[in-house]
Design a protein around this ligand. Structure first.
Ligand code: E4P
Length: 217
């Protein structure tokens, strides 16, 4: 399972990269705004800065909602760095744009996926990644994990190469449940990733080992 971090915060990206377990980054316009990154040039430079920290794919989202605009923006984003993946919303023109980029060999991430039908369309268009929003479904009392399960079945039935990128992860159990279902990638905040480290028995056990070792001196 690939681990992506879902943030535009450079310090958090560096921290996850330093752990040696980071496979990529996802961003969105809200995450960029949270870091105070506004304006075309600043946004583009920030994507390059992120690419220079990590080794893997970095999703950069288009703002346009029409085919021509998405193609124009996506081509500019893809030209910034070889690690850029063009992130495109699940709308009709978005599907057309994914098909276009797929035919040009440019990687895409279809975002804002909330149903199996949307996930099927995005895979048919040739998306590299498709992002079901687990946490946002859970927020409206709908089983987000069930969607990921449905996607796994559908993609396996037809040998789609599209990767399931479980997004809107909120806590470590989301990551574990996605791994059990077989999501190809998860993207979550640093807090959910580092929470995987923790167990009180590990802390107690380590304290005891160190205490016993100290007695031998
Ligand atoms: C996915 O790529 C999105 O950036 C993200 O996972 C959305 O998460 P949220 O629901 O916590 O905003």
């Amino acid at each position: 399972m690939k681990f992506f971090i879902d943030t535009a915060n450079l310090d958090q990206i560096k921290e996850a990269q330093d752990m040696g377990i980071l496979d990529g980054v996802t961003t969105n316009p809200s995450l960029m705004a949270k870091e105070g990154i506004f304006g075309d040039e600043k946004v583009k430079q920030h994507y390059v800065d992120i690419c220079n920290i990590v080794d893997g794919d970095v999703s950069a989202e288009v703002i346009s909602t029409d085919f021509d605009g998405m193609v124009r923006e996506g081509e500019i984003l893809a030209a910034l760095h070889e690690q850029i993946v063009v992130k495109i919303p699940m709308i009709k023109d978005g599907i057309k744009a994914i098909k276009y980029f797929s035919s040009k060999g440019i990687k895409t991430n279809c975002t804002l996926i909330f149903s199996a039908g949307q996930a099927l369309l995005a895979a048919k268009a040739g998306a590299t990644y498709v992002s079901p929003f687990l946490g946002r479904l859970d927020d409206v009392s709908t089983d987000g994990l069930n969607l990921i399960d449905e996607m796994r079945t559908i993609y396996d039935n037809y040998f789609f190469e599209t990767e399931i990128l479980a997004a809107s992860i909120r806590h470590p159990m989301h990551i574990i449940d996605c791994a059990k279902i077989g999501a190809d990638v998860m993207t979550g905040p640093l807090s959910a990733i580092t929470a995987l480290l923790n167990h009180p028995l590990t802390d107690l056990g380590l304290a005891k080992f160190l205490e016993d070792h100290a007695k031998n001196k």
